[in-house]
Design a protein around this ligand. Structure first.
Ligand SMILES: Nc1ncnc2c1ncn2[C@@H]1O[C@H](COP(=O)(O)OP(=O)(O)OP(=O)(O)O)[C@@H](O)[C@H]1O
Length: 194
């Protein structure tokens, strides 16, 4: 079995949509079986076909979500459209208790909230080699309609600007060559604790 990283703090991975976050953490999970757990978020939206409770999301009624938010049960939460999304403190604690290092795939506002919450975590930002390449990947993935692509690219500009703020992230990895980017991510996560 692959060893756990010495540093057990949750790893927060952010970066613009289409930059390759999912591709990178899937490689990490495949290479190190049973070492990591992707944090499952809570949401008030209805499950889509093929999605499962506890796997893709924890699907909860609006009232339950609000109650948990009031009880300070989330490390970060946000509203997209009419639905709420959030990462519960309990989910992180449960996975950590199982001996896994929790990986959070989170957008910029969530990163800001986690930083404010004072929770111990490591922050990784994945950057595209260029804006044009990001657009090519988003289009190439074929999952988004034109409106969604335009929105994601606008948001990408904001996120890339935010990532320039000194001290926000512990490492910024340019995902140009996937193997090279993966190696950088793995080296960072497995860096011995000083
Ligand atoms: N280094 C790379 N070179 C070329 N293509 C890549 C590279 N890394 C990822 N891709 C491709 O780019 C597309 C977007 O990758 P992925 O879905 O992992 O992005 P993401 O950051 O997780 O996006 P989202 O935030 O929308 O979930 C995919 O089609 C993926 O195969």
């Amino acid at each position: 079995m692959s060893p756990l990283p010495q540093d057990r703090r949750p790893v927060v991975i952010s970066g613009p949509s289409g930059v390759g976050k999912g591709t990178l953490f899937k490689k990490l999970f495949d290479a190190h079986k049973d070492c990591f757990a992707l944090s499952v978020s809570h949401t008030t939206r209805a499950p889509r076909a093929g999605e499962a409770h506890g796997v893709d999301y924890f699907y909860v009624p609006h009232d339950d979500f609000e109650a948990l938010a009031r009880a300070d049960g989330f490390v970060e939460h946000a509203k997209f459209g009419s639905n709420r999304y959030g990462t519960s403190k309990q989910t992180i604690a449960d996975q950590t208790a199982k001996g896994r290092v929790v990986v959070l795939d989170i957008e910029m506002e969530g990163v800001k909230q986690i930083k404010k919450s004072g929770i111990e975590a490591r922050y990784v930002f994945i950057k595209p080699p260029s804006f044009e390449e990001l657009e090519r990947r988003l289009r190439g993935r074929g999952t988004e309609d034109e409106g969604s692509i335009v929105k994601r690219l606008e948001q990408a500009r904001v996120e890339l600007e935010f990532a320039n703020t000194p001290g926000v992230h512990d490492i910024i990895i340019v995902n140009d060559n996937i193997e090279k980017a993966y190696k950088e991510l793995e080296d960072f996560i497995y860096k011995p604790v000083a």
